[in-house]
Ligand binder design. Structure first.
Ligand SMILES: [Zn+2]
Length: 233
C-alpha cells in the first residue's frame, strides 16, 4: 500500500488552482435602487398606518400603500438582477450568477474586446461579458492575464485599457478553482477524446488539454514550453 502511495506522489505535480473573485462595485444606479427601495418601504409603512392603524383613515392612504408597494417591488426586482461576480485566474474567465458558473478556459478564448462599456470575452462555445464601470478591477485582471497567457486574443487599444487601469495584487478575493470540466474534450495533439480526467494533462498557462502520453514539448495553443510542466486536472 505504501509503495503505491509514494509512486503516486512522484507522478505529475497536482497543484491547487486559484483565481480571483470580484464582486460588482456599487454604481450610481445600484445606490439609487437601494434608496428607492428604502423610500418605498417607508411609504408602504406610513400608508398601512394611515389606512388601517389610525382610527380615522386618511384619504390618500391607499395611494401611499400602492405607490410604496410599487417602489419597493421595483427595487427588490432590480436587486435580484444585480450583476454577476467575475472570476479570473489560471482557469480562464468565469461569470458566477447564483449557482450558475459560465467558464471559458484561456485556450478557448477567441477574442477579448470592449463594446461600449462592456468587456466581452468571446469563447468557442460561450461568451462572458460584464460592465467595466461595475467591475473595473476584474476588467484589469482579465486583460492583464490574457495579455500574459494568450496575447493574440486581446483586442483592446491602450486608450481603452486606460478606462479601467492596471491590476493590483490586493484586488478581489483569491479562491480555489473547484471543478474543471475536462472529460469529453479532445486532446489538442492527437484529437482523441479524453474519457477520464486522470488521463488528461493541462497546460499551466492556457489550460489546453492533452492526453498524458501525447503532451508535446511546446503547447500547441500558447507555445509555452510544456513537457513535464503539464499538470493533472
Ligand atoms: Zn498552453
Amino acid at each position: 500500500m505504501t509503495t503505491t502511495k509514494k509512486a503516486k506522489k512522484k507522478g505529475t505535480e497536482k497543484r491547487e488552482r486559484t483565481e480571483r473573485r470580484f464582486e460588482a462595485e456599487s454604481t450610481h444606479a445600484s445606490r439609487l435602487t437601494t434608496l428607492t427601495g428604502m423610500a418605498g418601504g417607508l411609504a408602504l409603512g406610513a400608508g398601512v398606518y394611515a389606512q388601517w392603524v389610525r382610527e380615522d383613515p386618511l384619504s390618500f392612504a391607499p395611494y401611499l400603500v400602492a405607490a410604496g408597494g410599487v417602489a419597493l417591488g421595483g427595487a427588490l426586482f432590480k436587486t435580484g438582477a444585480e450583476p454577476a461576480k467575475v472570476r479570473v485566474g489560471e482557469a480562464g474567465v468565469a461569470l458566477e450568477k447564483g449557482a450558475d458558473l459560465t467558464r471559458i478556459l484561456w485556450c478557448d478564448v477567441e477574442r477579448i474586446a470592449l463594446e461600449g462599456d462592456t468587456l466581452v470575452v468571446r469563447g468557442k462555445e460561450a461568451t462572458v461579458s460584464f460592465r467595466i464601470d461595475e467591475q473595473p478591477k476584474a476588467a484589469a485582471w482579465v486583460v492583464s492575464e490574457a495579455q500574459q497567457r494568450v496575447p493574440g486574443v486581446v483586442g483592446l487599444s491602450e486608450k481603452e485599457r486606460e478606462r479601467f487601469g492596471k491590476p493590483n495584487d490586493k484586488d478581489g478575493e483569491v479562491v480555489r478553482v473547484d471543478e474543471l470540466q475536462i472529460a469529453g474534450r479532445n486532446c489538442r495533439a492527437s484529437d482523441k477524446p479524453i474519457a477520464f480526467e486522470r488521463d488528461a494533462r493541462l497546460c499551466p498557462t492556457c489550460s489546453e488539454v492533452y492526453l498524458k502520453d501525447q503532451v508535446p514539448k511546446k503547447c500547441l495553443t500558447c507555445q509555452v514550453d510544456l513537457g513535464a510542466r503539464a499538470r493533472e486536472v
